[in-house]
Design a binder for this molecule. Sequence first.
Ligand SMILES: [Zn+2]
Length: 298
Amino acid sequence: MRYFPIFGEGISMCVGKGDRTKFWKDKWCSDSPLASSFPHLFRCAVNQEATVADYLSLNENSVSWSPLLRRNLFDWELDDFLELMSLLLVQKIDVLGEDLWCWKWKPDGVFSVKSMADKLDNVGGSESPARQIWNPLSPSKANFLVWTMALDKCLSRSNLLRRGIPIPDASCVLCGTVEESTEHLYLHCPFSLQIWLHSLKALGANWVLPRSVKDHLCSWKLNGLSKRGKLMWKTIPAAILRSIWAERNSRIFCNRYKDVDHVIQRAVGKLISWISTSGEFRGLGMSVLLQSCSWWRL
Ligand SMILES: [Zn+2]
């Protein structure tokens, strides 16, 4: 049974002109439709049946996106919107081609048993961060976000500058000392580093943070954990990374500043809410879940 999700994961819509692909309802830019990954935004969509072509425009050689929403977003919805835009900006679209269903485990997009077998051979594990990132315990939108961080395609200020988007101040809003690159923002900023070091210390783990988010996710391993411990351990990076992202956005867009302790507590809250929906933890009750996370509390 575990192979069927892999099969489903391999099929997706390869978007060309975008006129045959439903923007919100088809699975085209990641492993689930955007309507299920971003339900709040989907509910605000002017047209829930819109195609990709409806929101896509080509300016010279670059593609821009304008998903139309019925109303202005609340502060707490901005994170979702930025995550959606991050995801859209990393899509490679051939606007002259047709929309086609494709098999993504083979370069020509055509299904073959061999390609499926090759994929299954890799199920046992590899050094790629994909298995760490595409974690069923964390929501798809959190996985998308971590994925764009691992690819260094997220909307950090350095990346916006690289895309030619003028930014009046490119410095990191968490420390204000250096330019906000992906690796600085999420790993090496003194603010973020405190969060990682606190968490690793509380877990009894001790290592130097690698240079990139991708390397960090690849090295996120700890032996001797129970089954539940492994699931929780695997989910921690997404909870921390998403909480750092939320704090960064809150400072930039809402001028609200929280300290390191608050961001750690926010990450713990996310971790608990995510794992509490999994079968392995369901029915344990909030007090047990809080106790499970006690090693991480301040
Ligand atoms: Zn910084």
